[in-house]
Design a protein around this ligand. Structure first.
Ligand SMILES: [Zn+2]
Ligand SMILES: [Zn+2]
Length: 406
């Protein structure tokens, strides 16, 4: 569809950019002026980013690495930085970290019109133009995160090839393939001992992507309680901590609070797992079944919703729990005056205006049944509701209307 569009109204040759949108030249890291026509024959990425935005700061080195690798033998991929920086100094500071071209900071008109033309709503954003200047991808950032250098030349054909490979990989996935690499076939436990990956084969396994950050520190104790309770019941369940901490002290601090095993710190498998599962944020809990295939990526949400009842996280189990929740919800009050919000909250379900949300009370993810103030965008788990003036609030559960009146 994008291609079709580009052949008529948005048809875009590089000469088109230069004459109508960019004054006349781009700048290079050495300060030299480069004509847009010099980009001829290369795939070009328009990189919309800004110094002040952390996501841009973390994506830029990844993009720089891919850029260097693609251009190792023959230069065939060029990037043009389109800055949303607030002033010349921030622009220069950020541009120092980039090995590619840029639109001069002073060329406000060019930046504005490109942002408008490609309907850029968030940064970082990477729009790819093929060697003839036709835009072929707007999701360049995702593609780089997911496939790295493999994504080149970003054509729809290349992307669908990669998606097919991905599907095949997931279909032949095993726990050993996921976790063992370069001769390491073990994980480590709390006291630093090696635990063979083979010991985990045949179990339900949670891959817990985490680091020392507030949302993880909040979720880990909850997950640990679920884990301990399942272990007590002798369930065949294990969790593996996959740390994306930047430093070892963060990793050790996290691991100390966990009763399960871990991948060694900075093991190269971490990077490939992040890519393979396309991890976008933490904490994330991915559940692998006894056959080594992925059961669900929603482990965190399911643990929040159902605690140990979520085990073994299979579709059948979740459906069962869902039905039970729906049944229970019949006795929930339709509306509630929660202690933490000044308006009356209304009961919603996924089919009646609810949807995935972050609970304003416990900061955890939720979906399905919730209490909501639609005007304020305030939404909480039913289990997090606290009645105004409740004195014996031992379990935070919702009272029925009769109880409320009593
Ligand atoms: Zn909550
Ligand atoms: Zn409100």
């Amino acid at each position: 569809m994008e291609q079709q569009q580009s052949t008529n109204e948005t048809s875009l040759t590089k000469q088109g950019i230069v004459s109508s949108e960019i004054s006349d030249f781009l700048i290079s890291p050495s300060g030299a002026q480069v004509r847009v026509s010099d980009l001829g024959g290369k795939t070009v990425g328009l990189y919309f980013a800004a110094n002040w935005y952390p996501q841009c700061q973390s994506f830029t080195p990844i993009l720089a690495d891919v850029y260097a690798q693609i251009n190792k033998q023959v230069p065939k991929f060029e990037i043009v930085f389109v800055s949303s920086d607030e002033d010349q100094i921030s622009f220069e500071e950020f541009y120092l970290t980039m090995p590619w071209l840029a639109i001069p900071f002073s060329d406000l008109q060019a930046k504005k019109s490109l942002t408008k033309r490609f309907r850029i709503e968030g940064i970082p954003s990477l729009v790819i133009l093929d060697p003839s200047g036709v835009p072929i991808q707007t999701e360049g950032v995702d593609l780089i995160y997911k496939y790295g250098i493999q994504a080149f030349p970003f054509t729809p054909a290349r992307v669908s090839e990669l998606e097919d490979e991905e599907k095949a990989k997931h279909a032949s996935q095993t726990l050993e393939k996921l976790l063992s690499s370069h001769g390491r076939d073990y994980l480590i436990n709390q006291i630093g001992e090696q635990v063979p990956v083979l010991e985990l084969v045949g179990k339900t396994v949670g891959l817990y992507f985490s680091a020392s950050c507030p949302p993880c520190e909040k979720f880990t104790p909850r997950l640990a309680a679920v884990y301990r309770s399942l272990k007590q019941k002798n369930e065949s369940f294990e969790i593996i901590f996959i740390s994306i901490d930047r430093d070892k002290s963060g990793y050790l601090k996290c691991f100390q609070s966990m009763p399960w095993v871990a991948l060694p710190f900075e093991d190269e498998t971490t990077k490939s797992l992040l890519k393979y599962f396309n991890i976008q944020g933490i904490p994330t809990l991915i559940i692998i079944g006894p056959d080594g295939k992925t059961v669900t990526r929603e482990g965190r949400n399911l643990v929040n919703l159902h605690l140990e009842m979520a085990y073994p996280f299979t579709e059948a189990q979740i459906l069962l729990l869902q039905e039970r929740l729906d049944e229970e919800a019949k006795s929930y009050p339709r509306s509630f005056h929660h202690i933490g919000h000044r308006h009356i909250l209304n009961l919603v379900s996924a089919s009646s205006g609810g949807g995935p949300f972050i609970c304003c009370e416990c900061d955890e993810q939720g979906s399905g049944w919730a209490y909501q103030c639609i005007d304020c965008g305030y939404e909480i788990h039913p289990k997090c509701v606290k009645e105004l003036d409740m004195d014996d609030d031992e379990d935070n559960t919702v009272r029925t209307e009769d109880q409320l009146r009593a």
